[in-house]
Design a binder for this molecule. Structure first.
Ligand code: ADP
Ligand code: AMP
Length: 216
Protein backbone atom coordinates (compact mmCIF):
# COMPACT_ATOMS: atom_id res chain seq x y z
CA UNK A 1 0.00 0.00 0.00
CA UNK A 2 1.42 3.41 -1.02
CA UNK A 3 0.36 6.49 0.91
CA UNK A 4 1.01 10.22 0.96
CA UNK A 5 1.16 11.98 4.34
CA UNK A 6 -0.17 15.51 3.94
CA UNK A 7 0.00 18.29 6.48
CA UNK A 8 1.87 21.50 7.29
CA UNK A 9 5.37 21.53 8.78
CA UNK A 10 5.17 20.10 12.29
CA UNK A 11 1.92 18.18 11.69
CA UNK A 12 3.63 14.92 12.68
CA UNK A 13 4.30 13.35 9.27
CA UNK A 14 7.86 12.25 10.01
CA UNK A 15 6.93 10.97 13.47
CA UNK A 16 4.14 8.78 12.13
CA UNK A 17 6.12 7.68 9.07
CA UNK A 18 8.80 6.22 11.38
CA UNK A 19 6.15 4.20 13.22
CA UNK A 20 4.80 2.82 9.94
CA UNK A 21 8.32 1.89 8.83
CA UNK A 22 8.97 0.05 12.08
CA UNK A 23 5.59 -1.66 12.44
CA UNK A 24 4.68 -2.37 8.83
CA UNK A 25 7.97 -2.58 6.95
CA UNK A 26 7.01 0.38 4.79
CA UNK A 27 9.60 2.60 3.09
CA UNK A 28 9.65 6.29 4.07
CA UNK A 29 10.58 8.66 1.25
CA UNK A 30 11.01 12.15 2.68
CA UNK A 31 12.10 14.78 0.19
CA UNK A 32 13.07 17.05 3.12
CA UNK A 33 15.46 14.36 4.42
CA UNK A 34 16.85 13.79 0.92
CA UNK A 35 17.47 17.51 0.44
CA UNK A 36 19.14 17.81 3.86
CA UNK A 37 21.37 14.83 2.99
CA UNK A 38 22.34 16.57 -0.27
CA UNK A 39 23.26 19.69 1.73
CA UNK A 40 25.39 17.76 4.18
CA UNK A 41 27.18 15.91 1.38
CA UNK A 42 28.09 19.30 -0.14
CA UNK A 43 26.84 18.30 -3.61
CA UNK A 44 26.15 20.99 -6.24
CA UNK A 45 22.41 20.39 -5.87
CA UNK A 46 22.71 20.61 -2.07
CA UNK A 47 24.41 24.01 -2.36
CA UNK A 48 21.78 25.21 -4.81
CA UNK A 49 18.85 24.43 -2.47
CA UNK A 50 20.41 25.52 0.86
CA UNK A 51 19.28 29.16 0.87
CA UNK A 52 15.82 28.36 -0.48
CA UNK A 53 15.31 25.81 2.32
CA UNK A 54 16.56 28.14 5.04
CA UNK A 55 14.13 30.81 3.87
CA UNK A 56 11.30 28.26 4.10
CA UNK A 57 10.50 28.40 0.39
CA UNK A 58 9.93 25.40 -1.85
CA UNK A 59 12.71 24.04 -4.07
CA UNK A 60 11.81 23.45 -7.71
CA UNK A 61 9.42 20.69 -8.75
CA UNK A 62 12.10 19.41 -11.13
CA UNK A 63 14.58 18.74 -8.31
CA UNK A 64 12.19 16.93 -5.96
CA UNK A 65 10.49 14.93 -8.71
CA UNK A 66 13.98 13.81 -9.81
CA UNK A 67 14.80 12.72 -6.25
CA UNK A 68 11.59 10.69 -5.93
CA UNK A 69 12.04 9.13 -9.37
CA UNK A 70 15.55 7.99 -8.40
CA UNK A 71 14.44 6.70 -4.99
CA UNK A 72 11.52 4.76 -6.45
CA UNK A 73 13.82 3.08 -8.93
CA UNK A 74 15.66 1.28 -6.19
CA UNK A 75 12.62 0.79 -3.97
CA UNK A 76 11.52 -2.70 -3.08
CA UNK A 77 9.43 -2.12 0.02
CA UNK A 78 7.29 -5.08 0.99
CA UNK A 79 4.84 -2.92 2.88
CA UNK A 80 4.63 -0.10 0.33
CA UNK A 81 5.89 3.47 0.30
CA UNK A 82 5.10 6.46 2.52
CA UNK A 83 5.58 9.77 0.73
CA UNK A 84 6.44 12.28 3.46
CA UNK A 85 6.62 15.94 2.44
CA UNK A 86 6.00 15.05 -1.21
CA UNK A 87 4.01 16.02 -3.23
CA UNK A 88 3.80 19.68 -2.19
CA UNK A 89 2.43 21.15 -5.45
CA UNK A 90 -0.13 20.04 -8.02
CA UNK A 91 2.56 19.33 -10.68
CA UNK A 92 4.36 17.13 -8.10
CA UNK A 93 1.11 15.24 -7.44
CA UNK A 94 0.62 14.62 -11.17
CA UNK A 95 4.25 13.52 -11.48
CA UNK A 96 3.84 11.09 -8.57
CA UNK A 97 0.80 9.50 -10.20
CA UNK A 98 2.75 9.07 -13.43
CA UNK A 99 5.81 7.60 -11.66
CA UNK A 100 3.68 5.08 -9.77
CA UNK A 101 1.83 4.14 -12.93
CA UNK A 102 5.18 3.55 -14.66
CA UNK A 103 6.09 1.16 -11.86
CA UNK A 104 2.78 -0.67 -12.28
CA UNK A 105 1.41 0.48 -8.95
CA UNK A 106 -0.85 3.20 -7.57
CA UNK A 107 -1.44 5.53 -4.65
CA UNK A 108 -3.94 4.14 -2.16
CA UNK A 109 -4.54 7.01 0.26
CA UNK A 110 -3.49 10.58 0.92
CA UNK A 111 -3.81 11.01 4.68
CA UNK A 112 -3.99 14.58 5.92
CA UNK A 113 -2.86 15.24 9.48
CA UNK A 114 -5.03 18.22 10.36
CA UNK A 115 -3.64 20.64 12.93
CA UNK A 116 -3.93 24.34 13.66
CA UNK A 117 -1.25 26.97 13.24
CA UNK A 118 -1.06 27.74 16.97
CA UNK A 119 0.15 24.22 17.77
CA UNK A 120 2.75 24.32 15.02
CA UNK A 121 4.91 27.06 16.53
CA UNK A 122 5.39 24.95 19.66
CA UNK A 123 5.89 21.76 17.64
CA UNK A 124 8.52 23.32 15.36
CA UNK A 125 10.49 25.33 17.91
CA UNK A 126 10.62 22.33 20.28
CA UNK A 127 11.67 19.77 17.66
CA UNK A 128 15.06 18.04 17.60
CA UNK A 129 16.20 14.87 15.85
CA UNK A 130 18.91 12.29 16.21
CA UNK A 131 21.60 12.93 13.59
CA UNK A 132 22.49 9.25 13.59
CA UNK A 133 19.16 7.36 13.34
CA UNK A 134 16.70 10.17 12.54
CA UNK A 135 14.41 9.66 15.57
CA UNK A 136 12.21 12.73 16.09
CA UNK A 137 11.90 14.31 19.56
CA UNK A 138 10.25 17.31 21.17
CA UNK A 139 11.42 19.29 24.20
CA UNK A 140 8.06 18.91 25.94
CA UNK A 141 5.92 16.22 24.26
CA UNK A 142 8.63 13.69 23.46
CA UNK A 143 11.90 14.35 25.31
CA UNK A 144 14.72 11.81 25.38
CA UNK A 145 14.76 9.57 28.47
CA UNK A 146 18.34 10.55 29.29
CA UNK A 147 19.25 14.17 28.60
CA UNK A 148 21.27 14.54 25.39
CA UNK A 149 21.17 10.85 24.45
CA UNK A 150 19.00 9.26 21.73
CA UNK A 151 16.64 6.61 23.21
CA UNK A 152 16.90 4.47 20.09
CA UNK A 153 20.58 4.36 19.16
CA UNK A 154 22.40 6.01 22.08
CA UNK A 155 23.93 8.75 19.89
CA UNK A 156 24.61 12.15 21.44
CA UNK A 157 24.37 13.84 18.02
CA UNK A 158 21.01 15.53 18.65
CA UNK A 159 20.28 18.33 16.19
CA UNK A 160 17.90 21.19 15.61
CA UNK A 161 17.06 22.16 12.04
CA UNK A 162 18.28 25.50 10.70
CA UNK A 163 14.78 26.22 9.37
CA UNK A 164 12.95 25.41 12.62
CA UNK A 165 12.51 29.05 13.61
CA UNK A 166 9.34 31.08 14.00
CA UNK A 167 10.34 33.29 11.08
CA UNK A 168 10.98 30.40 8.68
CA UNK A 169 7.81 28.66 9.88
CA UNK A 170 5.74 31.69 8.82
CA UNK A 171 7.13 31.39 5.28
CA UNK A 172 6.70 27.60 5.26
CA UNK A 173 3.06 27.95 6.33
CA UNK A 174 2.45 30.53 3.62
CA UNK A 175 3.92 28.14 1.03
CA UNK A 176 1.82 25.34 2.50
CA UNK A 177 -1.52 27.12 2.30
CA UNK A 178 -0.78 28.57 -1.14
CA UNK A 179 0.71 25.54 -2.89
CA UNK A 180 0.20 22.35 -0.86
CA UNK A 181 -3.22 22.70 0.81
CA UNK A 182 -4.97 22.50 -2.62
CA UNK A 183 -3.77 18.87 -2.74
CA UNK A 184 -6.46 17.99 -0.17
CA UNK A 185 -9.06 18.87 -2.79
CA UNK A 186 -7.09 17.06 -5.48
CA UNK A 187 -7.02 13.80 -3.51
CA UNK A 188 -10.59 14.25 -2.32
CA UNK A 189 -11.68 14.44 -5.96
CA UNK A 190 -9.83 11.18 -6.60
CA UNK A 191 -11.61 9.55 -3.63
CA UNK A 192 -8.30 9.00 -1.84
CA UNK A 193 -8.33 11.62 0.92
CA UNK A 194 -8.52 10.63 4.59
CA UNK A 195 -8.33 13.20 7.37
CA UNK A 196 -6.90 12.50 10.81
CA UNK A 197 -6.79 14.78 13.87
CA UNK A 198 -3.08 15.59 14.11
CA UNK A 199 -3.59 17.49 17.38
CA UNK A 200 -4.33 14.27 19.24
CA UNK A 201 -1.55 12.60 21.26
CA UNK A 202 0.94 10.61 19.14
CA UNK A 203 -0.49 7.20 20.11
CA UNK A 204 -3.99 8.29 19.06
CA UNK A 205 -2.76 9.56 15.70
CA UNK A 206 -0.96 6.25 15.26
CA UNK A 207 -4.18 4.32 16.00
CA UNK A 208 -6.18 6.47 13.56
CA UNK A 209 -3.64 5.76 10.80
CA UNK A 210 -3.69 2.05 11.59
CA UNK A 211 -7.49 2.02 11.33
CA UNK A 212 -7.24 3.52 7.83
CA UNK A 213 -4.49 1.19 6.64
CA UNK A 214 -6.09 -1.94 8.07
CA UNK A 215 -9.34 -1.42 6.19
CA UNK A 216 -7.83 -2.48 2.88
P1 ADP B 1 6.53 16.95 10.24
O1 ADP B 1 7.33 15.76 9.73
O2 ADP B 1 5.09 16.91 9.79
O3 ADP B 1 7.19 18.26 9.96
P2 ADP B 1 7.32 15.95 12.88
O4 ADP B 1 6.90 14.51 12.83
O5 ADP B 1 8.78 16.24 12.72
O6 ADP B 1 6.45 16.83 11.83
O7 ADP B 1 6.78 16.53 14.26
C1 ADP B 1 7.05 17.89 14.64
C2 ADP B 1 7.28 17.97 16.14
O8 ADP B 1 6.06 17.69 16.84
C3 ADP B 1 8.31 16.95 16.67
O9 ADP B 1 9.07 17.57 17.68
C4 ADP B 1 7.45 15.80 17.23
O10 ADP B 1 8.10 15.12 18.32
C5 ADP B 1 6.20 16.55 17.70
N1 ADP B 1 4.96 15.78 17.50
C6 ADP B 1 4.63 14.99 16.44
N2 ADP B 1 3.40 14.46 16.59
C7 ADP B 1 2.91 14.94 17.77
C8 ADP B 1 1.67 14.78 18.49
N3 ADP B 1 0.68 14.02 18.00
N4 ADP B 1 1.54 15.43 19.66
C9 ADP B 1 2.53 16.21 20.15
N5 ADP B 1 3.71 16.41 19.55
C10 ADP B 1 3.91 15.79 18.35
P1 AMP C 1 10.49 19.16 5.35
O1 AMP C 1 11.61 18.35 5.93
O2 AMP C 1 9.45 18.33 4.66
O3 AMP C 1 9.90 20.12 6.35
O4 AMP C 1 11.14 20.05 4.19
C1 AMP C 1 12.16 21.00 4.49
C2 AMP C 1 12.33 21.95 3.28
O5 AMP C 1 12.78 21.20 2.13
C3 AMP C 1 11.07 22.66 2.80
O6 AMP C 1 10.79 23.86 3.54
C4 AMP C 1 11.44 22.96 1.34
O7 AMP C 1 12.35 24.04 1.23
C5 AMP C 1 12.17 21.70 0.92
N1 AMP C 1 11.27 20.64 0.40
C6 AMP C 1 11.04 19.41 0.95
N2 AMP C 1 10.18 18.70 0.21
C7 AMP C 1 9.84 19.50 -0.84
C8 AMP C 1 8.96 19.35 -1.95
N3 AMP C 1 8.25 18.22 -2.14
N4 AMP C 1 8.87 20.38 -2.84
C9 AMP C 1 9.59 21.50 -2.67
N5 AMP C 1 10.41 21.73 -1.64
C10 AMP C 1 10.55 20.73 -0.72
Amino acid sequence: MNIVLLGPPGAGKGTQARVLVEKRGMLQLSTGDMLRAARHSGSAMGKKVADVMDRGELVTDEIVIGLIDEALDGAAAQGGVIFDGFPRTLPQADALAALLRKKGTDLHFAIELRVDDEALIDRITGRFTCGNCGEVYHDRTRPTKAEGVCDICGSTDLRRRADDTEESLRQRLWEYYKKTAPLSGYYHALGKLKVVDGLAPMAEVEAALAAILDVD
